[in-house]
Design a protein around this ligand. Structure first.
Ligand code: PEP
Ligand code: MG
Length: 546
């Protein structure tokens, strides 16, 4: 028997697991071939038809297989998707483009996108929400055409066996669709420690190895996988000896973690008496109790966009109010910093229309989008102000580059407060802070500090924008650390400005939970560290030893 295949990547979320593998091949498809040679129309049309048949057939079969475990309504979704795949209009659109010598894989993505946009623009909420389904189906056909078909095209929502998910890339909206308890771990070809898949994994407390690169292709048909999320090691179809070795490592890891338990409830203080608050990064109120049990002294970053990713449509003001109030109540007098929607970059929200952008991370993201779309921003601000009556809520804005943007956002918040007061709706006080995650904000920190109640440094983006290195690109690992001198200098400037203005300065990027970075951040003057909850006891231990 040949030895099991082993891959290495970035250890993105600690923990050891051995379990069934589930290959998830959805995600972006970038067809390598966009044109076809003259005279190949008939042949390419036949290929397209065969791909449609394969995808539609697979979708129907998945629906049938799952109708017992999922229920008729959910299984019927697969039938609807199959109908989208063999829709005559889709065929017609693709045929037209093939005549213009566009490749079928490129054509199906383009036609799918056109339909999706038409659907998204409709008044009818149900139909508008189908836009992503059309994109999904077009993507599946493109994958089939480019030879990737056959494995794992089932939608993650349909997972019924807890599994380790193998994927080229996982977007936050993909991970949000996985039913609770069904993801045992993640292995991705792309990504880094600060990609959102890693952040999600850490906050879900499940092991992840990212950035394994093209080597992933060799293990996509594995039946089981052993994974060490600390060391970045993956073994496909492990033999009994390997399984036993991983079991031993898991037992040791659990012992080590138990050794940190005494730090959970400690108030972290350096040996010379500087108090450093250690808080949690959360993406939902349901994680609050667990975060408190890890020893969170508050929430340093509540990613509000994560709350709504698993849904089909945008939340109403009322739903947001409920969610934010629940978080506020769970933490009582402890602060909970809500970050307003940070959509764009690699994060999409169903119900938010995002244009296709050449450079999404340099695009219409975060506060830029919120300021442009009051229909998105105002209900969120109103919900935050109303929820603030139930606890110690603070608010901060993402992706700010200067005090003009910050003032505009604060102005909208104040207008919302006046409106609520005029209507006699109770609202609570909120401190307003700013995320420092663009080099411009760090360079302008002295001015921003005069207007902000606090700073929170988002090192994930600050690193990518300072070093011009995509935070999710596995080839740029050497440019993804917050320990680069240029990044440290921007952090130092931010801390200095905060110190002079007498406002607190936290770090809520992944660097806040990294053992090597904690001493540096504390030395530079950071007053709060916010991280995935499982990292809290270890961080408190490190601070206590400084
Ligand atoms: C950051 O950029 O460091 C941050 C905390 O925000 P996000 O990771 O959600 O972009
Ligand atoms: Mg950010």
């Amino acid at each position: 028997m040949s030895p099991p295949v082993e891959l290495t990547g970035v250890g993105a979320s600690e923990g050891i697991v051995v379990g069934p593998a589930h290959a998830h091949l959805e995600g972006e498809v970038e067809p390598e071939r966009t044109r076809i040679p003259e005279g190949s129309f008939d042949e390419e049309l036949a290929r397209f038809r065969a791909a449609v048949e394969a995808v539609a057939g697979r979708l129907r079969k998945t629906g049938e297989n799952l109708s017992g475990s999922l229920g008729e309504d959910e299984a019927a979704i697969f039938e609807v998707h199959a109908e989208m795949a063999d829709d005559p209009e889709l065929l017609e659109g693709v045929e037209g483009r093939l005549r213009g010598l566009e490749s079928p894989e490129s054509a199906v993505l383009a036609v799918g996108e056109e339909y999706a946009r038409e659907l998204a623009a409709l008044e009818d909420e149900y139909l508008a929400a189908r836009a992503d389904d059309v994109r999904d189906v077009a993507r599946q056909i493109a994958v089939e055409l480019t030879g990737g078909g056959g494995t794992g095209l089932e939608i993650l929502e349909a997972l019924t066996v807890p599994s380790v998910i193998l994927a080229r890339n996982l977007a936050p909206s993909d991970t949000a669709r996985i039913p609770k308890g069904m993801a045992l771990g993640f292995v991705t070809a792309g990504g880094s420690r600060t990609s959102h898949v890693s952040i999600m994994a850490r906050s879900m407390g499940i092991p992840a190895v990212v950035g394994v690169g093209d080597a992933l292709e060799a293990v996509l048909d594995a039946e089981s996988v052993a994974l060490d999320g600390g060391e970045g090691r993956v073994v496909a179809d492990p033999d009994p000896k390997t399984r036993a070795a991983f079991d031993l490592l898991r037992a040791r890891g659990e012992e080590e973690r138990a050794g940190l338990d005494e730090y959970r409830l400690v108030e972290a203080r350096t040996r010379d008496g500087r108090r450093i608050e250690v808080a949690a990064n959360l993406g939902s109120a349901s994680g609050a109790e667990e975060a408190l049990s890890w020893g969170a002294e508050g929430v340093g970053l509540f990613r509000t966009e994560f709350l709504f990713m698993e849904r089909e449509e945008l939340p109403t003001e009322e739903e947001q109010y409920e969610a934010y109030s629940a978080a506020a109540r769970a933490f009582g007098t402890r602060p909970v910093i809500l970050r307003t929607l940070d959509v764009g970059g690699d994060k999409s929200l169903p119900g938010v229309q995002q244009p296709r952008e050449e450079n999404p991370f340099l695009g219409w993201r975060g506060i830029r989008m919120s300021l442009d779309v009051p229909a998105l921003f105002v209900p969120q601000l109103r919900a935050i102000l109303r929820a603030a009556a139930h606890g110690n809520l603070k608010v901060m804005f993402p992706m700010v580059v200067d005090s003009g943007e910050f003032r505009a956002a604060k102005g909208m918040l104040e207008a919302c407060r006046e409106e609520l007061e005029a209507d006699g709706v109770p609202a609570g006080p909120v401190e307003v802070g700013v995320m420092i995650e663009t080099p411009a904000a760090a360079l302008g920190a002295a001015e921003l500090a005069r207007e902000a109640a606090f700073f929170s440094i988002g090192t994930n983006d600050l690193v990518q924008y300072t070093l011009a290195a995509d935070r999710g690109n596995e080839k740029l690992r050497h440019l993804q650390g917050a320990d680069h001198p240029a990044v440290l200098e921007l952090i130092r400037m931010t801390c200095e400005a905060a110190g002079e203005a007498g406002i607190p300065v936290g770090v809520c990027g992944e660097a806040a939970g990294e053992p090597d970075m904690i001493p540096r951040l504390v030395a530079l003057g950071v007053t709060e560290l916010s991280m995935g909850p499982p990292s809290i006891p270890g961080a408190k231990k490190i601070v206590s030893g400084l």
